[in-house]
Design a protein around this ligand. Structure first.
Ligand SMILES: C[S@@+](CC[C@H](N)C(=O)[O-])C[C@H]1O[C@@H](n2cnc3c(N)ncnc32)[C@H](O)[C@@H]1O
Length: 300
C-alpha cells in the first residue's frame, strides 16, 4: 500500500481529532486523498503521507540535515534512555487502567522518531487502541517523519494554533521544543497530562564550554522554562535523566550538526578546534509531568 494511502487509512479512524485551520469546522476525509471541511477548505495528503495544515509559508532554522542527524542518533540508540523513561510515564499513568483508547500528541515532533518509537513500544504491551499525532512547523522534519514512520499521522502546523479539536488528547509530549500552554490546555482532555522534556543544565556541557568559553553562555539554566511550565501546569512528577554517550568521528559530526549550540557559530573561526577531539558528551534531560491548572490560577 502507498504511504499516502496508509496515512489516509490511519486518519480515517481519527478524523474527529482535526479541525479546519481556516474556519475551525470539523473535517472529513475525501477519497483517501485529502481532508476537507464543510466550507471546502481542503488539505491534500502528500505522497509520503503528511498533511500541511499551515496557512502560510514559514522558514525555520531547522534544515533537513539537522533532522537527519537527529534521526541517525536516534537510530544508534542515543535517545533510548529518554524513550524508556517516557514509556514508563505513559504506562504508569494511562495503560495501567481499564483498556481505553489512548490519543497522543507530539507537539514539536521534529523528525518523529521519539513518538513513533513510543507507539511501537506501547503497542507491544497494550491491548488498547493507541493513536499518535505529530505536529511540527518545519516541513523538513515532518517530511522525514512521514517517510520513515507510518504508525502515526503527521502534520505541518504551528503549536500556537493547532488544527485539532478541543479536549482530544490524553497525553501531549513536548520534547525539547517550544510550548504554547493555552493551546496545550485547549486540546488536552480534562484529565490529560502534559509531558515536557527540557534540556538539563549539563546537556551537551562539553560542547557549550568549548564554543562559549569565557562568555555569558558558558552556563545554561532551565529555570525560566521550568517556571513558565509551573505557571501553567501543576507539576505532578519530575525526573532527571543524565547519561554519557561515547562518540566517534561520525556521531560527533551528527551531535554538532544537530545541536542549536553550534548553529550561529563558525566552529573553525572561533578556535574551537578541540571540539573534534571530544570523545564523549553528556545527555541531560529534565522531564516535567503536569496537569492543567484550575481555571482561576494565574497564567503568564
Ligand atoms: C530541538 S527540536 C526538537 C524536535 C523533537 N521533539 C526532538 O526531540 O528531536 C525543536 C522543534 O520544535 C519545532 N518548533 C519550533 N517552533 C514551533 C512551532 N511554533 N510550532 C511547531 N513546532 C515548532 C522545530 O521545528 C523543531 O522541530
Amino acid at each position: 500500500m502507498k504511504k499516502s494511502e496508509l496515512a489516509a487509512r490511519l486518519l480515517e479512524n481519527n478524523i474527529h481529532l482535526l479541525k479546519c485551520p481556516v474556519c475551525g469546522e470539523e473535517m472529513t476525509l475525501r477519497e483517501l486523498k485529502s481532508i476537507v471541511c464543510m466550507n471546502n477548505h481542503c488539505f491534500d495528503i502528500s505522497r509520503t503521507g503528511y498533511v500541511n495544515m499551515l496557512n502560510k509559508e514559514t522558514k525555520t532554522k531547522y534544515t533537513a540535515g539537522i533532522f537527519l542527524s537527529r534521526r541517525t542518533l536516534s537510530d544508534q540508540g542515543f535517545y533510548n534512555p529518554l524513550l524508556e523513561k517516557l514509556f514508563g510515564i505513559v504506562l504508569e499513568r494511562k495503560l495501567g487502567k481499564i483498556m481505553q483508547p489512548l490519543f497522543i500528541l507530539d507537539a514539536g515532533c521534529g523528525e518523529g522518531s521519539m513518538v513513533s518509537g513510543l507507539v511501537d513500544k506501547l503497542n507491544l504491551v497494550s491491548d488498547s487502541y493507541i493513536h499518535a499525532t505529530g505536529i511540527d512547523i518545519a516541513k523538513e522534519g515532518v517530511q522525514i517523519a512521514a517517510k520513515n514512520y507510518t504508525n502515526c499521522n503527521w502534520f505541518v502546523g504551528d503549536i500556537a494554533d493547532m488544527p485539532f479539536g478541543s479536549k482530544c488528547f490524553d497525553v501531549i509530549f513536548n520534547i525539547l521544543s517550544p510550548s504554547n500552554y493555552s493551546e496545550f490546555r485547549r486540546v488536552l482532555k480534562d484529565n490529560g497530562v502534559l509531558v515536557k522534556v527540557l534540556p538539563g543544565e549539563k546537556h551537551f556541557d562539553e560542547i557549550r564550554k568549548l564554543i562559549f568559553k569565557d562568555t555569558m553562555k558558558e552556563e545554561y539554566s532551565n529555570k525560566e522554562v521550568r517556571k513558565h511550565f509551573e505557571n501553567n501546569f501543576e507539576i505532578q512528577e519530575e525526573q532527571t535523566i543524565r547519561y554519557t554517550v561515547q562518540l566517534n568521528r561520525k556521531t560527533l559530526h551528527h551531535v554538532i550538526r544537530m545541536s542549536p549550540l553550534s548553529w550561529d557559530t563558525d566552529i573553525e573561526d572561533n578556535n574551537v578546534d578541540d571540539i573534534v577531539h571530544l570523545k564523549s558528551v553528556v545527555f541531560d534531560f529534565v522531564i516535567l509531568v503536569g496537569e492543567r491548572r484550575a481555571r482561576n490560577s494565574t497564567y503568564t
